[in-house]
Ligand binder design. Structure first.
Ligand SMILES: NC(=O)c1ccc[n+]([C@@H]2O[C@H](COP(=O)([O-])OP(=O)(O)OC[C@H]3O[C@@H](n4cnc5c(N)ncnc54)[C@H](O)[C@@H]3O)[C@@H](O)[C@H]2O)c1
Length: 253
């Protein structure tokens, strides 16, 4: 068990990659605070973890709101007595479209969910990590932040911001024994955001076009992303900070 007795918050864990991360972490012995703004998904995942013998509690919350972060961190401490790991996985995009058609409200929402959430997570979790002598953040960014595709400039740049903020904070918080890393998945056709990335629906043509850009010849899965997060959150990665793992079948080379 690679996360035995560790306490982890996983945001956006009511579906997609976050669900895969929360379930894998629980199997590895972590006590998981399952967060999502969508109560139905979050409660389902929490129920499935506990039914399988794992430990989890649901914390409904919007990662763009400071009071919700305060409640989430409080729930980790009140339910499990501590907090060791924050996985910032919740994300959002406007549908793929020309730059000039992206509304100001969509711009604000992309940056709030993808970028401001990271700032808020650190504001609320870091004092707990300092008190305990350390901790770690794993931020789910994207290959979009390294090798952008057209029609998603706002989303792409938000993920580049996540990557750079993570590296920058790794330098600043290293002396606190706090590690901050990123996982950069390539396109996955089966999660909640896939259709938005593809411009509305994932057609057989879209699948073929995206697949042709991934040298290993397959898409990323929640299990792939969970495995990378697991390594970075575990003590095996105790010397790894300010790094990114591309889970992309060599898309970014
Ligand atoms: N699917 C892909 O192709 C892909 C590729 C690279 C990176 N990513 C990133 O992976 C992460 C997970 O996305 P996914 O593909 O699993 O999509 P998803 O829609 O299945 O999961 C995202 C979850 O985040 C939740 N969420 C959205 N806004 C929230 C908020 N304000 N507060 C709390 N929860 C919120 C949603 O309810 C949802 O359950 C995102 O950060 C996304 O940008 C996805």
């Amino acid at each position: 068990m690679r996360l035995k007795d560790k306490v982890a918050i996983v945001t956006g864990a009511g579906s997609g990659f976050g669900e895969g991360i929360a379930k894998r972490f629980a199997l590895e012995g972590a006590k998981v605070v399952v967060n999502d703004v969508n109560a139905k998904g979050g409660e389902r995942v929490t129920g499935e973890i506990t039914a399988a013998g794992g430990q989890a509690v649901f914390a409904k919350g919007d990662v763009t709101r400071g009071p919700d972060w305060q409640a989430m961190v409080g729930k980790a401490e009140s339910s499990f007595g501590r907090l060791d790991i924050v996985i910032n996985n919740a994300g959002w995009t406007h549908r793929k479209k020309p730059f000039l058609e992206v509304t100001e409200a969509e711009f604000d929402q992309v940056y709030a969910v993808n970028v401001k959430s990271i700032y808020l997570s650190v504001m609320h979790a870091l004092p707990v990590f300092r008190k305990q002598g350390g901790g770690c953040f794993v931020n789910v960014a994207s290959t979009a932040g390294l090798r952008p595709r057209p029609g998603l400039s706002i989303y792409n740049s938000s993920k580049a911001a996540v990557i750079l903020m993570s590296k920058s904070m790794a330098g600043e918080f290293g002396p606190d024994n706090v590690r901050i890393n990123c996982v950069n998945p390539v396109f996955s056709p089966d999660t909640g955001l896939s259709a938005e990335f593809a411009g509305g629906t994932v057609t057989p043509e879209t699948r073929k076009a995206y697949l042709s850009t991934i040298p290993l010849g397959r898409f990323s899965t929640p299990a792939d992303v969970a495995n990378a997060c697991l390594y970075l959150a575990s003590d095996e990665a105790s010397m790894i900070s300010g790094s990114c793992i591309e889970v992309d079948g060599a898309r970014c080379v």
